[in-house]
Design a protein around this ligand. Structure first.
Ligand code: ADP
Ligand code: MG
Length: 319
């Protein structure tokens, strides 16, 4: 039986690129660059709640880190360091090695050092703490949306939820569509480059982990504003190409979780700058509505222009 220390040394102790002292001591040592603020966040993934216990460990390793990096991206910050607290039911080294491979793949793709953590026996559970850097005062919070701002969403929300539905046998997709949706579900690509490009442009931002409408409600609450989402402006075409039924696809787009796209507001005067940021980051951006006065009220505009209230809790509750 490998000891806890064997497991750490073999699987989680890798050279760190920008850290004074990483795995192996009582604490890691690192210094933010001059003028930088630290952006710190943590996210827990629990078997049965966030993933299936028999999930592919390499994909799980990727996703465990990716969802944390996404929170740093959503602040307009640059991810730098991560810590991993992991509970494992058994010292299954094949599983651990595969998990570590996925985790370090993601770490290298986004320039993140794994600088420490904790390893214990217990029901499978992974908690990452991620630390990023952002020039002092430049972070994009949830609290800066103003009436009159446009609302934007990056990429293709809804793919991950369609993937999950396909796994559960709740959606019949084409083969290519299924592959695309499962890839979005298992290998989310946090929008770090886009987050950085939107500094000084976006007035408020978050990453969509729990569904577009539900997460939009967080911006409305923190910014004390309302919003109208234009149903006709939603990027539905790509979802329909997967073979999904239109109404189901729209539900996935509005209320499906796990996409890790960026939802942000910006003044209309910044439309060209927003488009340029999307182009620089190589991410499609869609203008899906606008911010208005009112505190927390969320409305949907039908294709024919009619407005109806949307409970901020999400699409399912009023479908
Ligand atoms: P301590 O007894 O001080 O809690 P540990 O024995 O838990 O230390 O960990 C030894 C070293 O290995 C520490 O530097 C810790 O940060 C690191 N570490 C433990 N588990 C992990 C992990 N899963 N990933 C990365 N580093 C880890
Ligand atoms: Mg410990």
């Amino acid at each position: 039986m490998p000891s806890e220390f064997d497991l750490i040394r073999r699987h989680f102790d890798r050279a760190a690129a920008h850290c004074d002292l990483a795995v192996g001591d009582d604490a890691a040592l690192m210094a933010p660059r001059a003028g930088m603020q630290l952006a710190v966040s943590t996210d827990m993934l629990v078997a049965g709640t966030h993933f299936f216990a028999d999930a592919d460990p390499t994909l799980l390793g990727w996703k465990t880190l990716a969802v944390n990096i996404s929170d740093i991206a959503a602040m307009g910050a640059e991810p730098r360091w991560a810590l991993l607290a992991i509970a494992l039911p058994a010292a299954d080294e094949t599983w651990i090695a595969a998990f570590a491979r996925g985790l370090f793949d993601c770490a290298h793709a986004y320039g993140v050092d794994l600088v420490g953590g904790d390893t214990t026996r217990g029901p499978l559970n992974m908690t990452v703490t991620i630390i990023g850097e952002v020039p002092a005062g430049a972070a994009i919070t949830r609290g800066g949306a103003r009436p009159g701002d446009d609302l934007w969403i990056s990429g293709q929300p809804g793919l991950a939820a369609l993937g999950l539905a396909a796994l559960r046998g709740e959606a019949a997709l084409t083969d290519a569509g299924r592959t695309r949706c499962l890839d979005a579900l298992h290998r989310p690509q946090p929008r770090v480059a886009l987050g950085l490009a939107l500094r000084g442009i976006a007035s408020a931002m978050l990453d969509v982990s729990d569904g577009l409408l539900g997460d939009l409600a967080h911006i409305l609450e923190r910014s004390r504003v309302g919003a109208t989402v234009d149903l006709a402006a939603l990027p539905l075409a790509t979802l329909l190409e997967t073979g999904a039924a239109p109404e189901f696809a729209r539900r996935c787009l509005l209320s499906g979780g796990d996409d890790y796209e960026l939802l942000f507001s910006a003044p209309p005067a910044a439309r060209q700058a927003v488009a340029a940021a999307g182009a620089r980051a190589g991410v499609a951006l869609h203008r899906i509505g606008s911010v208005d006065a009112g505190s927390g009220e969320l409305q949907l505009r039908d294709a024919d222009g009619r407005l109806r209230p949307a409970p901020a809790t999400g699409y399912d509750h009023f479908a």
